[in-house]
Design a binder for this molecule. Sequence first.
Ligand code: GDP
Length: 301
Amino acid sequence: MPDTGTQERCGYVAIVGRPNVGKSTLLNRILGQKLAITSDKPQTTRHHLLGILSRGNVQVLYVDTPGIHRKEPRAINRYMNRSARSVLRDVDAVVLVVDRTQWTEDDEMVADLLDGIGKSLLIAVNKVDILRDKTALLPVLKTLQDRFPEAEIVPVSAQTGDNLETLMELVAARLPEGPWLFPGEQLTDRSERFLVAEVIREKMMRQLGDELPYALTIQIERFEEAGELVYLDAVAFVERDGQKAIIIGKGGTRIKRIGTDARRDIETMLGKKVMLNLWVKVRTGWSDDERALKSLGYDDA
Ligand code: GDP
């Protein structure tokens, strides 16, 4: 990011787009490293942060936009769309990530949420590294510009890093002048408890494939540090007996592997030895029940 003057800038940015367009790849590339933990104390910020990038005089706070999902009418999806909208209204810039070839119904659903956002919208047309003939991009760029006349459109490759500097300059230029909200070396505001739950969730999702798109929630019931040891008890809530059976696997082999993989990552993250106990419980129809969602901590976004 270039110097945009001597005045410090700091602001919130949301990266949105349908699944598979490359949002995580882009964020990891921009942040330049896997998220590390520097603070166990969650801070009071307007949003959940995915990562913090401090460079030059600019601090960019990348916020989480709780899943933007097309499938109504389950309560969890209604809830998530609602909270996505409230996040988008409140950020300083939005980066919409799209694939260089496909504009799908899911893209359109995301686009609908963005209508009215106007000049703070940047569109990153990702995966241009796949294109041999760059002129193939032109019709895509034109369609996007017609759909979002006020947006700035940047072809990028999250994978190779192509044009990401330009994208970051455009992001920086949209942030308000003001003091940084976090120390320059801080990379996240998430609590260790939250990050631990995310590691376990990620390992389980990997085992489940398409089986469980959103209906998996991890609750950390015990997080106890004793010297160089951390005792963790975690419960995974699923919706159906069949999903529970998949996670547990024949004779418990799969849950054992999930536990081992998760423990290894958590140990690296915390820099301590970890004793991890994992359970799977069925909570029937929980995603249809707003009260149940609240009891699992989905009420604070
Ligand atoms: P998300 O669901 O939007 O977060 O998408 P991911 O970041 O998980 O990426 C989806 C897939 O696209 C992964 O297999 C990535 O490796 C791939 N991908 C992401 N960015 C690029 C890119 O710039 N070029 C290419 N060729 N593949 C990419």
